[in-house]
Design a protein around this ligand. Structure first.
Ligand code: ADP
Ligand code: MG
Length: 706
């Protein structure tokens, strides 16, 4: 114990809570992942009900949430046969009568219920045979003690069917919380935030907060409890991230790219087909600073669709080559990897440099050739998919790794790419579309960030329209007009895993209809979807790229990255089924040439409020940063692209979509501490070190058990 971290009372196994014991403890572990006092205490109520308020039966309607009644039972009977057998109690107050119904444990209930005794009933009303009833309500005789315990903020807890069978529904769990809080009255829960911090941010102690969140004395105390606990969650995430970042800067030596050499210079002066935008220049400078600093770069590159991230990636990679290293770029799909390869090959034409593309479908002979070239070092640049991560892929000397569209990859894949050299290569991580600041701060908080906030010149803003089926003919007419002007058109159908089969049917039907609306030989249509072989996909893409087809029907396989400047109209079918960032990403496929481009969102006539707002947002703005903020507000962080790892954070109270300000405060607080004491070695910061250590320990225990 002495030199170990003192075990916190929160780490006590949950079976020692009064009323738990080994069997229920087992169930709590299996069903809710509750192993310890701490786990139980952080199984917070998901809402609160007012148990001091009683409704009159005459006020009750079916659509009300849980309500509480007070009255007596007039009549009890068992009705029905076998499976339909149920216990019915007629319950009345001065204003009316309702039925209370039990389908299970009828006998047990029947023995306990008495007519003429006053009861409090708590449940949710539903209508059956035109009458209001309450199925399996809570029912308690009215006693002075009972009434005294009624609180205006009674916690409601999530539970499971199995737990309910063992009397651990919401009520059961609340009883355990009550016991636990009483048990803890005699012990001090170790505080995790220093007094100075509590004071600075006006936070209550954790002991108080944990009590109040389960059994609030008032609305105000409930708010204070939530604030404190949310802050704590976010603070330790930030502290961990900033510490990681500091640690890396301190300990991981980066390759020093001190030279700007021939590769970079001849590309920049002789091959670059246009001027860099101011933002691209600035970002390249930021990257260059990192590369010569002696520290390993870990940089997030944010920029809107079409802002020119690829070029920045390429030029950074050339710096690696200039200093004798290899570089790689990993993209999430085969199409995108091959497209990047084509772009790079075009841009690098005339520069003596060997590059390759490696994907899952590379043929054995070709693959072996590439693997050899990479390990011997004569292939300088490789572009690929996940295939790059395989153990067989060995580099002679990888100095720079770029990940395109990071949201398609996990943290683990990032780490595997980094392990491709004994000393980790510099990492440049690119997002597909902008992500909101608070999310970036949380998910990529250990990275440095660069933002391209300027579009290449000469782009006309894309015009976006939202139509329903009744405007179909008008849309077809418009497309024909655009095609007559020499433009090309994408038509995209949703593909969502759960309904894949139906989606393909829709796609096929859409295609069949389309070739009627756009008959050959005047019109030619390409089709690309996930069920085609890579060769077929490639052939269809090529036909479109060469202009042999005017329309391209596709599922979202073309969602990312594809760059065909002559395509200037994007039609998105069933647009309501796409998220905002996906819509924005799709729209970004057009507007790449000099022509006026259009995005047409087709939806059903009836739309939910949220879908309507999504369409409206798309129509109103082209700004990806603005869109990402709306997306976060509408959907919450769990669903936002770019945050595939959101489960990892295990946030119980804080909500990144609503608590943005708190995220910033937490980061500020953590930043101040790390700035003056990177290792948390000072006495006053020991408290944080201990808590981080405790969290780590719990995490590892977890992974052993789970
Ligand atoms: P994204 O940031 O979405 O990956 P890309 O890198 O694919 O964007 O760039 C989009 C298009 O803009 C490409 O056709 C690219 O050649 C072009 N582009 C990039 N930078 C510039 C620039 N400075 N001036 C003009 N066009 C540019
Ligand atoms: Mg891109």
């Amino acid at each position: 114990m002495k030199d170990n971290v003192m075990a916190s009372v929160l780490d006590t196994p949950v079976e020692y809570v009064k009323g738990v014991g080994p069997a229920r403890a087992d169930l709590l572990k299996k069903e809710l992942g509750i192993y310890t006092f701490g786990d139980l205490l952080t199984h917070y109520p998901f809402r609160y009900v007012d148990r001091t308020r009683f409704y009159k039966i005459s006020e009750i309607t079916e659509d009300m949430p849980y309500v509480q009644l007070r009255g007596t039972i007039e009549h009890i009977e068992i009705a029905g046969q076998k499976k339909g057998k149920r216990l019915i109690a007629l319950f009345k107050d001065g204003s009316g009568t309702v039925e209370l119904v039990w389908f299970q444990g009828q006998q047990w209930m029947a023995e306990r219920l008495k007519t003429g005794v006053e009861y409090v009933v708590f449940g949710k009303a539903s209508v059956f045979n035109g009458r209001l009833n309450f199925a399996h309500p809570e029912i308690d005789p009215v006693t002075p003690e009972f009434l005294q315990q009624q609180s205006s903020f009674e916690g409601v807890y999530s539970s499971t069917e199995k737990l309910k069978l063992r009397w651990l529904g919401s009520d059961g769990i609340r009883k355990l919380q009550r016991h636990l809080v009483q048990q803890l009255n005699h012990t001090q829960i170790q505080e995790t935030l220093a007094p100075s911090l509590l004071k600075q941010y006006q936070l209550i102690s954790n002991t108080e907060a944990l009590k109040q969140i389960h059994f609030p004395d008032s609305q105000l105390m409930l708010e204070k409890a939530k604030l404190r606990l949310k802050f704590e969650e976010l603070f330790f995430i930030q502290l961990r991230l900033l510490r990681l970042k500091g640690f890396r800067l301190q300990h991981s030596k980066g390759f020093v790219f001190h030279k700007v050499g021939d590769y970079f210079n001849s590309f920049f002066h002789q091959h670059l087909p246009f001027q860099l935008t101011g933002a691209q220049k600035r970002v390249l400078k930021e990257i260059h600073q990192d590369l010569k600093s002696g520290k390993q770069m870990n940089r997030l590159l944010q920029g809107d669709v079409g802002s020119g991230k690829t070029l920045v990636a390429l030029m950074s990679m050339l710096l690696a080559l200039d200093n004798g290293y290899q570089a790689c770029l990993m993209a999430p799909t085969e199409i995108l990897a091959r497209q990047h390869f084509a772009t790079f090959s075009e841009l690098l034409k005339g520069i003596d440099l060997k590059s390759a593309v490696l994907t899952g479908s590379s043929k054995t002979k070709e693959r072996n050739h590439i693997l050899k070239g990479l390990s011997e070092g004569n292939i300088k640049i490789v572009i690929g998919t996940h295939a790059l991560l395989e153990d067989k892929v060995k580099f002679h000397n990888l100095g720079m790794a770029v990940i395109d569209e990071q949201h398609r990859f996990g943290v683990e894949q990032r780490a595997r790419l980094q392990a491709k050299n004994t000393n980790p290569p510099h990492m440049l991580i690119m997002t597909a579309t902008p992500i909101p600041r608070t999310l970036a701060m949380t998910f990529y908080g250990d990275l440095d960030t660069s933002v391209i906030d300027e579009m290449p010149p000469g782009r006309k803003p894309i015009k976006t329209h939202h139509y329903t089926e009744s405007a179909r003919l008008k849309v077809i007419g418009f497309l024909k007009q655009q095609i007559a002007l020499g433009r090309q058109v994408y038509i995209v159908y949703p593909l969502i895993q759960e309904s894949e089969k139906m989606d393909y049917q829709n796609l096929q039907m859409g295609y069949d209809q389309l070739i009627l609306d756009f008959p050959a030989p005047t019109y030619q249509v390409s089709i690309v979807h996930g069920k085609l072989s890579n060769d077929q996909k490639e052939r269809e893409m090529q036909r479109f790229i060469k202009g042999e087809t005017q329309l391209m029907v596709a599922t979202t396989v073309i969602e990312v990255g594809v760059n065909i400047p002559n395509a200037s109209v994007m039609v998105i079918e069933s647009a309501e089924r796409f998220g905002l960032s996906q819509l924005h990403q799709l729209r970004g496929r057009v507007g790449r040439g000099a022509e006026q481009s259009y995005c047409i969102l087709m939806t059903g006539y009836k739309l939910g409020a949220e879908s309507r707002q999504r369409m409206q947002t798309m129509v109103n703005t082209n700004d990806g940063f603005e869109i990402s903020e709306v997306d976060l507000r509408l959907r919450g962080p769990g669903d936002i692209e770019g945050t595939a790892q959101s489960g990892m954070l295990n946030l119980k109270l804080a909500d990144l979509s609503k608590d943005g300000q708190l995220v910033q405060l937490a980061r500020q607080a953590a930043g101040e501490i790390i700035k003056s004491d990177e290792d948390l070695s000072r006495e006053e910061n020991n408290i944080y070190k201990k808590e981080l250590h405790r969290q780590d320990k719990n995490r590892t225990n977890w992974s052993k058990i789970a």
